[in-house]
Design a binder for this molecule. Structure first.
Ligand code: JB8
Length: 277
């Protein structure tokens, strides 16, 4: 997979050379380059921002350097739709036979980044990340780019960062570990907590007693059925307590009678019987 990251603080992306992401790069699974947006400015001050139209606080990233950066990193031929739509609007369905370059723009107004999106991105051929700063990037950059490639504004969650760089670190870590050949893979891919719609049970290792706290007896029992059941219940109770949104989104047929009994026993309301008619 090819990845280009554009930022006015390329040094912020230094961690991408470390650890498993660094190994993916060394192994040739990931071809990653970080670019300084100011390399696409032409004035002596290498200006990337200006005041917002309509007034208000802060500054907005000017479109011209971004346009040149995207022209350089996503050559038009790369993404040209082979049939159909005119160049100034995106095609209705597909862009081309091969997966095109895809542009990701971190920002608090984006769609939520999820494990499902990480899996989707892990199948792409070429990703470009545009890291905004200040109040963000002139919207025309995204509009224009969308005539050439799929553009996704993406948010990690409901909080605000100074800029997109740290979000890119998070997204690339989530995506890179899914690339074939990165982890030695398969067995080490623990994403249970977000792949199956429920949080995972807590985990323990030796010693069996530590500072007066014991490992739950069931985990030392050798009763594999009992252990599986205990883990299931712990995951359910955690999910109900911490992520009621995940529990509510679970298809009802995913909960069997024992699941419902365990939740009710712990005081959680489970529809339909507990929902007012
Ligand atoms: C200016 O919270 B964020 C985020 C915030 C930002 C920019 C990009 C991302 C650019 N503020 O993900």
């Amino acid at each position: 997979m090819r990845v280009d990251v554009v930022s006015i603080f390329p040094e912020y992306l230094a961690p991408l050379g470390l650890s498993l992401i660094g190994k993916a790069r060394a192994a040739g699974v990931l071809d990653l380059a970080v670019h300084d947006l100011r390399g696409w400015t032409h004035d002596v001050h290498r200006t990337v921002d200006d005041t917002p139209y309509g007034g208000g606080p802060g500054m907005v990233m000017r479109p011209e350097p971004w346009g040149e950066a995207l022209d350089a990193l996503a050559p038009a031929a790369d993404n040209a739709p082979r049939t159909g739509s005119p160049a100034d609007e995106p095609p209705a369905t597909s862009w081309a036979d091969e997966p095109p370059t895809r542009l990701l723009v971190p920002g608090p107004a984006g769609v939520r980044f999820t494990q499902a999106m990480a899996h989707e991105l892990a199948t792409e051929r070429h990703l470009i990340f545009a890291c905004g700063r200040y109040e963000g990037i002139d919207q025309r950059v995204l509009e224009h780019a969308a005539t050439r490639m799929p553009v996704t504004e993406v948010s990690l969650g409901d909080y605000v960062l100074f800029g997109g760089e740290v979000a890119v670190l998070v997204i690339l870590e989530a995506v890179t570990r899914l690339l074939p050949g990165v982890l030695g893979n398969a067995g080490s891919l623990n994403e249970e907590s977000h792949a199956h719609g429920l949080l995972e049970a807590p985990v323990y290792t030796k010693p069996p007693t530590w500072r007066g706290h014991d490992v739950p007896q069931i985990l030392r029992s050798g009763d594999h059925g009992g252990i599986a059941r205990w883990r299931r219940e712990q995951g359910l109770l955690r999910t109900a307590a911490r992520r009621p949104d995940m529990l509510a989104a679970l298809p009802p047929e995913e909960l069997d009678r024992r699941d419902v009994a365990a939740l009710r026993e712990a005081g959680f309301l489970v529809p339909p019987e507990d929902v007012a008619k």
